[in-house]
Design a protein around this ligand. Sequence first.
Ligand SMILES: [Zn+2]
Length: 201
Amino acid sequence: MNLEMKNNKYRIINYCIMEAKCRVATFLPNLEYIKLKRGEEGVNMVMNEMWKRGHRYDFIKMKKMEWVPIEVRKEFLEVVIDVLGWDKGKIYEMGVNAPRVSFIMRHFFGLLLTVRRVFEESPQMWKEHYSAGNLYAASYEEGHVTMVLKDFDVSPLFCEYLRGFFKGVSNLTKAKDMKVEETKCTFRGDPYHEYTFTWEP
Ligand SMILES: [Zn+2]
């Protein structure tokens, strides 16, 4: 594929992803985490900057299952980096923390999950959070699973947030020492995102 074709491909992907949406509820655990680490002031700094950048949402007052454009999620992670001075590692930690306090996880899936259920129900879990993209287990054996995420290219930072989120979901199971790595990524030239989960079965 020559560079021009490649660029066009990315343009098309980017266009599609603009149509994608995520639930208001996906932001709430993040705000809780920011409050925990940086207090109410940290939350205000982030929300004021979002406001300045034209994303005028009051997540706390909105309905939890309301949809907002995925662009807001992308910008939110960037704002957190810019105004709180956080790095990729902290974004990962914010992801790890999210499932434990997530309305969506609690409401639809419960907070005690078996490992098998996590992977079997991942397509449903995905659809409760995001309006586009597909997440599914491409291979399953005890102790080693690969999950594929297709048609959902937000930003490398979002990929890292998701890696944390998946780790957080694994913390809801008995497999506490599960490792989650992003082994393929569209932002590194792969055709889709792939997350590999390994643990002691
Ligand atoms: Zn990725």
